[in-house]
Design a protein. Structure first.
Length: 336
């Protein structure tokens, strides 16, 4: 089982964006020291939910501060940038990190980002498959060319060249099918529980995705990743109570920051109810409870790679304590 941290760099009340980003780098350094396998960084624009608009930049800083831990993006939004430019940046990080970098990509949402960056709703609604194929081509060959609806250009060499297999964030059946047909691993969000994750894995297999066999070897060949929330406490009740007290102050205004580009209806998520959900389905509690929760999810879904949001209390010191405690108390239970 692989365990990483999921860095959102959420802006809690009273905090500033710059120090939050600096703290995020320190969390990654601490995660390496605590024995975590990797750290995955989210991308958000124009909102307090997450103040890192460039996970590639933050990953580059973290690469320079670490020696062992893997770095990834969870995710780089493909609908607002050029796939070949993204592939070039990923290749740079691959080489500078000694192969420690993994590129996670996603479709994103119908947000104002599409307007600001000039890609528009068409790229979001119709262009994801073409963008993904172009990205995969740029990350797998010595050269790349395009003759599609959204991208047309002559063949050019990929410099630097790097062979990388991206991970795809999947929240809909259509995206699951795209990932499966291309043999790319899925990244599943922290908003769904074991049953929904298992259903998406089954759909992936139905679409002919790799790793359709049983057992550890088949699962490892797929490489799906699941995000969650983690807090180690003296008791399960105490840990859940702390998160329920602190997380809504960030999630409420943060989730409200998603601004649709058009007039499509958007149902706001209740922050308190969302935290109740998260504390119930993820490793929040005593060390034994955290380990058992992850084992149960792995058994139910076949997923053996988890990335955990550890910053839910909104304080730098407490986040560092959570990372250290998870490394000292939970990881040995999972790996012993």
């Amino acid at each position: 089982m692989r365990i990483g941290i999921f860095v959102v760099a959420g802006l809690f009340p009273g905090r500033q964006a710059g120090p939050t980003l600096a703290d995020a780098v320190e969390w990654i350094v601490a995660a390496e020291q605590a024995g975590f396998d990797d750290a995955w960084i989210a991308e958000h624009h124009f909102m307090s939910y997450g103040v890192c608009p460039s996970p590639l930049t933050l990953a580059a800083v973290a690469i320079g501060r670490t020696t062992r831990i893997g770095l990834g993006t969870a995710v780089s939004v493909l609908s607002t940038q050029h796939p070949v430019a993204l592939a070039e940046q990923a290749a740079v990080l691959h080489h500078l990190s000694g192969g420690r970098f993994t590129l996670g990509v996603g479709r994103g949402g119908p947000w104002v980002d599409l307007e600001v960056f000039g890609t528009g709703l068409d790229r979001y609604e119709r262009g994801f498959a073409e963008s993904l194929d172009l990205l995969v081509s740029a990350l797998s060959g010595a050269s790349v060319a395009a003759d599609g609806e959204f991208f047309r250009f002559r063949e050019v060499p990929m410099v630097p060249r790097a062979r990388l297999r991206p991970v795809v964030a999947c929240t809909s059946p259509g995206t699951v099918g795209l990932a499966a047909e291309r043999g790319l691993p899925m990244l599943l969000g922290m908003h769904i529980g074991d049953a929904d994750k298992a259903a998406l894995v089954r759909r992936y297999r139905e679409h002919g995705g790799p790793g359709t066999g049983h057992g550890t070897a088949g699962r490892a060949a797929v490489g799906h990743v699941a995000a969650g929330v983690a807090l180690v406490g003296d008791s399960t009740a105490a840990a859940a109570r702390e998160l329920k007290e602190r997380m809504p102050s960030w999630l409420g205004p943060g989730l409200a920051g998603y601004v649709p580009l058009d007039d499509r209806p958007r149902t706001p998520r209740d922050a308190g109810a969302y935290v109740d959900l998260l504390t119930g389905i993820h490793p929040v509690g005593s060390a034994e409870h955290c380990a058992e929760t992850l084992r149960r999810t792995a058994e139910a879904t076949g997923i053996e790679h988890f990335i955990l949001l550890v910053e839910g209390l909104g304080e730098h010191r407490r986040t560092l304590e959570n990372i250290a405690r998870f490394g000292a108390e939970v990881l040995p239970l999972l790996r012993g």
